[in-house]
Structures are given as C-alpha cells and as structure tokens.
Design a protein around this ligand. Structure first.
Ligand code: 13P
Length: 250
C-alpha cells in the first residue's frame, strides 16, 4: 500500500511571521494525531526558512513552490534547487497550473525544472490538469497524458522513482468545484497506465498520484478512500491549521 501524502500549497499567502505560526500549529497538531501520513508544506520562498525552523524535529516536511532550471548564475529573481536543498527542503512543486496558465510556463521549461529538482536531490511534485474547455470537449485524458509524457519521458527509471504526480483539474482549483472521486480516480488510473507504458509495472504501482482542486475537510475522506488517490494537494484549506489538520486522516 502506498502511504498517503497530504500537501499544503500556501501559494502567495503567509509572510515569514504568519508562516512560522501556521507551520508550528500544523506540526504540533500532526504529532498529536499520530497519523501515519506524510505531510508536506509548500510556503512562499521568503517564508521557507521560518517554516523549516518551525517544523524542525517534527515529521512534517516542506518544499518550494517553484524552482529554476539552472543551479546558479545570472538569472535575476530566480531560485535554484541547490538553494532550496540547502534549507533542508525535501520537495518542490513543478508545473502547478498557476505557473502554467498565469505565468505562462510551457512543457519544455517544466521538463528542465523537473530535471533540476532531481539533480538537486529534491522530490518533484509534478502537477498536471486539464482546462474546463478540454473536459467539455472530452479531451481531458489526452491533455493530461500529454503533459505527463512531455516532461517525464526520457527520465531514468531511478529518477522517476523520486517523482510524485499531482492531478489538479484547472476548473476545480479555487472554484469550490471538486472533481468527483470517480472522475479523479479514472484520471489517476489513466495516468498510472501511461507510467506503466513508460517505466514499467513496478513504477506504476509505486508512483504516488495526488488529487488537488478545492479539497475541503468534507470532501477529503471520500477522495482518500479511493485506492487510486494517494493523497491530496490542498490550496485554500491549507491556510488554516484546523481545516488542514482536519483533512489529514489518522
Ligand atoms: P484550492 O484547494 O484552493 O482549490 O487549490 C488547489 C491547488 O492549486 C493546490 O495546489
């Protein structure tokens, strides 16, 4: 059985003071819950050092929301995998829908970011998801599998063994509309079939596939009860310790 992963993407919320308080509340609550899940927080870059300090000695892990594809040099404003790793981070988000659709990052850049994460010993949580128009045109499977293929194809099996996938339908992010467990489960099954084709049966059985998009404490148990859904990537509901802790199963 794959261990469930509950991740909180804070997006552009919580400065380093607010973030330290939230992370401490989550670390304390998580320890008290004796849950066997893996919990990962994704605060903004400037909040990360305070969060690392707040979760020190706890089982909670943290990562960055983005990474640049080079490790150092003249890239004004960018942050490298080496810098993220130096903070003690274990994970990094790559290809979040807001990076793809608001900032305009494309597959070629994301493939390089994925490789930069792996090169620097970070576990990438690689996000994919279709737009509403894709779903309405019955293209969702095609779009999502193309996103996985374009960035993951060509990785060594050992490299792919450190990748976490996250399915986040764009129409469900921040809209209050959660995909049904059935829709999410079907998509996860399709993604797993592609992983089997690219990396073999063992990789397909191992790869964690998270669901994200308007997850709330009320919708989490049903989603997590599905064998294809290995965890949740939570946005809005991860900004309060109570709602985030309520999502984490015991
Ligand atoms: P919401 O949970 O706010 O819809 O955000 C989901 C998300 O984008 C997590 O990465």
């Amino acid at each position: 059985m794959r261990r469930k992963i509950i991740a909180g993407n804070w997006k552009m919320n919580k400065d380093h003071r607010e973030g330290a308080i939230l992370a401490k509340e989550i670390a304390d609550g998580f320890a008290a819950s004796r849950s066997s899940c893996e919990v990962v927080l994704f605060p903004p870059f400037t909040t990360l050092p305070a969060v690392m300090e707040a979760i020190r000695g706890s089982a909670v892990r943290a990562g960055a929301q983005d990474i640049y594809c080079e490790d150092e040099g003249a890239f004004t404003g960018e942050i490298s995998g080496r810098m993220i790793r130096a903070l003690g981070c274990t994970h990094v988000l790559v290809g979040h829908s807001e990076r793809r659709h608001v900032i305009g990052e494309g597959g070629e850049l994301l493939a390089r970011k994925l490789r930069a994460s792996l090169r620097n010993g970070l576990k990438p949580v690689f996000c994919v998801g279709e737009l509403l128009e894709d779903r309405e045109a019955a293209r969702a499977f095609e779009v999502v599998t193309a996103q996985v293929r374009e960035c993951c194809e060509g990785l060594e099996a050992e490299e792919f063994s450190r990748v976490v996938l996250a399915y986040e339908p764009v129409w469900a992010i921040g809209t209050g509309k959660t995909a049904t467990t059935r829709d999410a489960s079907d998509m996860h099954g399709i993604i797993r079939m592609l992983v089997k084709e690219l990396f073999g049966t063992a990789a397909a059985e191992r790869v964690p596939i998270l669901y994200g998009g308007s997850v709330k404490p009320e919708s989490a148990p049903d989603l997590l009860g599905d064998a294809e859904i290995d965890g949740l990537l939570v946005g809005g509901a991860s900004l309060k310790s109570k709602s985030f802790l309520d999502i984490i199963p015991r």
